[in-house]
Structures are given as structure tokens and as C-alpha cells.
Design a protein around this ligand. Sequence first.
Ligand SMILES: O=C(O)C(=O)C[C@H](O)[C@H](O)COP(=O)(O)O
Length: 218
Amino acid sequence: MPEHPIRDGAAVFDALDTVRILPLLVLDDAEPASATASALLAGGIRCAEIALRTEAAIPAIAAASRVPGFLVGAGTVLTPDQVDATVAAGARFIVSPGLDERVVVRARDLGVAVLPGVVTATEVQRALTLGLDRLKFFPAEASGGLAAITALAGPFPTVRFLPSGGVTEANAPDYLRSAAVFAVSGSWMASRDAIAARDLSAIEGAARRSAALARDPR
Ligand SMILES: O=C(O)C(=O)C[C@H](O)[C@H](O)COP(=O)(O)O
């Protein structure tokens, strides 16, 4: 387990620019973490964010980070200490529901990519001031969805968004057709229940369908 981070801050963006899907995983138990990562990989998705919403998150990040070819990040990261703990466990990028400058600075200090959540023009401006132009748009559906992203893209043409929150297999293509969206994120490919039930064939199938629609979001 690396005590210090791999300095590859762009790796997640390389992966997301290709696959355009970021699964969000919530695990109640770390045991299915590597099998879940392998199922996503088999379905064509090579990265995921494990949310720090359960006790199992850190050991799950450690387990998923050992799956060859899989890029694991930490989600729901709210504090600099959580950046330290998740990066030490193997997280190679950091995702937050909102924008906290301390989290951004710590992730940057450790050389890992950071994707803070924004909704408003004010938050986008704060992110730009911090030198960030790839931002999560959360909670996407509850905050105006694609119409809100399109409106923000007017004054902020250099910013690209990762909508998350209410994104599904049904509405993902709409988001993915937007030039202002670099990828979409959500839990629909590997739900908490599917992971807990070790329903690996369902996870692999949903990953395969989602990867296909991201390649050709008509
Ligand atoms: O807590 C975080 O850091 C998050 O990243 C929030 C998640 O992106 C959304 O909660 C996913 O929403 P659903 O796909 O609707 O389940």
C-alpha cells in the first residue's frame, strides 16, 4: 500500500475522457470491493469512486486499488484529513459533494486530481479561482439538470462538468451529448444493494450497457 501518492493527477481525466462514466459505490462491507471493481472492469468501466459514507469505505478503497488496471477514487470527501486517509489507502482522485478550498489544496499538495461539486455561478467562480475547470455538478437532477449546465456553460465556456445525483441509464445520454459535460457519475451501475448482494453479473451488465451508451449517446 503506498504511503505516499502516485503523482498522476491527470490519470482519472484520461480515463473519464475515454469511458465518460464514473460509478459511485457505497459499500457496507469491504469484502465485495475488489469483485465489484473487477465486474465494472469486465463491463468496460475502469474507474469508480467509493463514497466515504460507511466504515467499510477505506478498506474498500484499499482493496479496489489493488485490482490491476482499475483506478479508484474517494467520494464524499469533506475534510483534508479524509484526503490524507483515502490517498494513503490507494485513492487516486478525490470527489466532494461541494467545494471546500482546504480539500482542494490538500489533494493538490498530494498530487491527486480533485473534483469538487458545484451548482451555482458563484461556486464555479470560486473553483476557477482555485485553478479548477473540471467540476462535478451535484445534485444534478435536483439542481436543474442539463438546462442548468447549459446555462452555466454560457459565461464559463472553459468549464466542463460531471453531473451526478439522479443521473440514470435513461437520462445519461442527454447529458453526454452536451459539450459542457465530460462524463457522468452515479450509483445506477452498481447500487448499494447490488454490491451487498454480490450481484456481479448485474453490475457487469449495467457497466457494459452504460459504457456502450457513453460511446454513442444518441
Ligand atoms: O457524496 C458524494 O460525494 C457524491 O458523490 C454524491 C453522489 O454523486 C450522488 O449521491 C450520486 O447520486 P445517485 O446516482 O443519484 O445515487
